[in-house]
Design a protein around this ligand. Sequence first.
Ligand SMILES: [Zn+2]
Ligand SMILES: [Zn+2]
Length: 206
Amino acid sequence: MMVHSIYIFGLIDNFLVLALYRRIIVLIQPIGFVDSSILERLALDLTSKFNFFKTYISDITLPLLDRAYNKRRMQYNSSLLLHYLSNISGAENYDRILGVVDVDIYADELNFVFGEAILNGRFALISLFRLRPEFYGYGVDLELLFERALKEAVHELGHTLGLTHCPDRRCVMHFSNSILDTDYKSYEFCSNCRFKILDVVLKPKV
Ligand SMILES: [Zn+2]
Ligand SMILES: [Zn+2]
């Protein structure tokens, strides 16, 4: 198990914080074809905007799981894909595994989901499919896609760190019912959620 710790100075709600943080090692795992430039940008954004994340991109692409495909819905079952991540060899070397797909995904009663994660677990999944402006009839806008991917990745990783949905519509942990919610919220945690995250990363084990 890789353990990286780091001292961070920071101002949090006007309190100067100096603490020994434990870095959360995240493996970004493509499932099916995912443009590598999107994965690279996501890895960079996660580490540059959140100093407690350290990211690696898997050099192996997992094939899409045939049995997760629902022909009638023409979508993949996100829970099955999430479970599929637990079979990755070497998964134990990372604190969190973030699966990324570029296909449409759904969960149980929901028409679609942007992602799914196991609360307090090690596995999270996001789909780029409905984050693309083209899906809504707009032109290609890579910067917007990167921003949306970051928000959804932070949201799902937040669940793995024990955070549930937040009522603050600007907080990254707010539930996105549609892309409008994703665009309205920021990629950052509100002060309440930030304190909960600090509580987790300050502990020796996450
Ligand atoms: Zn959520
Ligand atoms: Zn919040």
